[in-house]
Design a protein around this ligand. Structure first.
Ligand SMILES: Cc1cc2nc3c(=O)[nH]c(=O)nc-3n(C[C@H](O)[C@H](O)[C@H](O)COP(=O)(O)OP(=O)(O)OC[C@H]3O[C@@H](n4cnc5c(N)ncnc54)[C@H](O)[C@@H]3O)c2cc1C
Length: 302
C-alpha cells in the first residue's frame, strides 16, 4: 500500500473512465450504490483520437471527441463525478473481504471493484516484465520508493505524473536519475536529481536483479532500482493474483474474475476491442457487482 491515508469507504470502485467504466458508473448510480469512479476528466484517450466511428448504434459517423463530449454531458446530468486519480494497485481481500484501492492521492476501502482500465498500447522495454517486482523494477515510486532509501535509483517517466514521482524519490533516495520522455513537460529541481530526455532501450540485470538501463547511444545508467511511470499497467501488476493471459483478464459471463468481488469489463478482458462490447460489459459488471453486494450467496453459484 502507499504511504497515503485511507480516504473513504465505498461499496464499489470503478477503475477507468472509458466506455466500460462509464457504462458501469451510470448503472451503479441508477442502482443507488455508493461508488467511486477513478479515471481522467478527459475520459478515454482512445475514443478522443478516433476520427470517425460508424458502428455505434444510433450514432452513424460520429467523431470520437463528440462522443466524449456527449458522455461528459451524460455524467453531469446524472451528477456523477470522476475522481481524477490514478490507481496504483488493488490489494484484494485485505480484511473482511474488503479490498484496498491504492491511488496516487489516497487509498480507498471498497467491497467490490470493477476494472475497466483498457489496454496498454506502449511497448515494454526489453527486460521490464521479467524484472517487475522482485527484480527491482517498479511502476510506483510512492509504493516502493522506501525500499531504496539512501540508494541511487533511476526513474523513467512517460506521463506528467512522473515529475511528482521523481520528486518523491528525491526525498528518500540519495541520488535520482530522471529520464523523461518528450511527453513530460515539468522538471524536478532537487539538488540530488539529474534530469535528461530519452528512452531506455534495454534493462540490464545480474542474478535476476536490476543493475542499469541502456540508452540509445549505448550509455549505461546504473542504480539500485528502476521506476517506470506510464499511463497504464498490465492487469497482473494492477491486481496481483488476477488470472490473465497476454494482459487480457479472464472473466465469466457475469464479468467475474477469479478473485471474489473483483469484476472486469471492456478492452482489458480481451478482443474484439470495440465500443459497444465495452459498454455492454460495463453494464453487466455493474449489475452483477450490485448482486454481489446484495445477495449473500451470489458468488458461490448461479
Ligand atoms: C484510433 C482508434 C479508433 C477506434 N475506432 C473504433 C470504432 O470505430 N469502433 C469501435 O467500436 N471501437 C473503436 N476503437 C476501440 C474503442 O475505442 C475501445 O474498444 C474502447 O475505448 C474500449 O473502452 P474501455 O473502457 O475498455 O477502455 P478505454 O477507452 O481505453 O478507457 C480506459 C480508461 O481507463 C483509464 N485508466 C487506465 N488505467 C488507469 C488507472 N490505473 N487508474 C485510473 N484510470 C485508469 C484510462 O485513462 C481510460 O480513461 C478505436 C480505438 C482507437 C485507438
Amino acid at each position: 500500500m502507499t504511504q497515503n491515508t485511507m480516504i473513504d469507504n465505498f461499496d464499489i470502485a470503478v477503475i477507468g473512465s472509458g466506455p466500460a467504466g462509464l457504462a458501469a458508473a451510470i448503472n451503479l448510480k441508477i442502482r443507488n450504490k455508493r461508488f467511486i469512479l477513478l479515471g481522467y476528466p478527459q475520459l478515454s484517450h482512445q475514443v478522443e483520437v478516433s476520427v470517425l466511428i460508424d458502428n455505434l448504434l444510433g450514432f452513424p459517423n460520429i467523431k470520437g471527441s463528440d462522443l466524449n463530449k456527449a458522455w461528459k454531458n451524460h455524467l453531469e446530468a446524472m451528477d456523477i463525478r470522476i475522481v481524477d486519480d490514478r490507481v496504483r494497485q488493488v490489494y484484494t481481500n485485505v480484511f473482511d473481504e474488503k479490498h484496498v484501492v491504492a491511488c496516487r492521492n489516497g487509498d480507498y476501502i471498497v467491497r467490490s471493484v470493477i476494472i475497466a482500465a483498457g489496454i496498454i498500447r506502449n511497448n515494454l522495454i526489453p527486460g521490464e516484465s521479467e524484472l517487475l517486482g522482485q527484480g527491482g523494477v517498479s511502476y510506483c515510486a510512492t509504493c516502493d520508493g522506501m525500499f531504496y532509501k539512501g540508494k541511487k535509483v533511476v526513474i523513467f517517466g512517460t506521463t506528467e505524473d512522473a515529475v511528482h514521482e521523481a520528486e518523491y524519490l528525491c526525498e528518500v533516495a540519495s541520488e535520482v536519475v530522471f529520464i523523461a520522455s518528450a511527453k513530460v513537460k515539468g522538471t524536478v529541481s532537487a539538488s540530488n536529481c539529474t534530469q535528461m530526455r530519452g528512452k531506455p532501450v534495454k534493462i540490464l540485470s545480474e542474478n535476476g536483479k536490476f543493475t542499469a538501463v541502456e540508452m540509445f547511444d549505448g550509455t549505461q545508467i546504473e542504480g539500485a532500482a528502476l521506476f517506470i511511470i506510464k499511463d497504464a499497467a498490465g492487469p497482473s501488476y494492477l491486481v496481483p493474483g488476477i488470472e490473465a493471459e497476454n494482459d487480457s483478464i479472464h472473466v465469466d459471463a457475469d464479468m467475474r474474475t477469479n478473485i471474489r468481488g473483483i469484476f472486469a469489463a471492456g478492452d482489458c478482458t480481451g478482443k474484439p476491442w470495440q465500443l459497444m462490447r465495452a459498454m455492454g460489459q460495463g453494464q453487466i459488471a455493474a449489475l452483477n457487482s450490485v448482486r454481489y453486494l446484495d445477495e449473500e450467496n451470489y458468488w458461490s453459484g448461479l
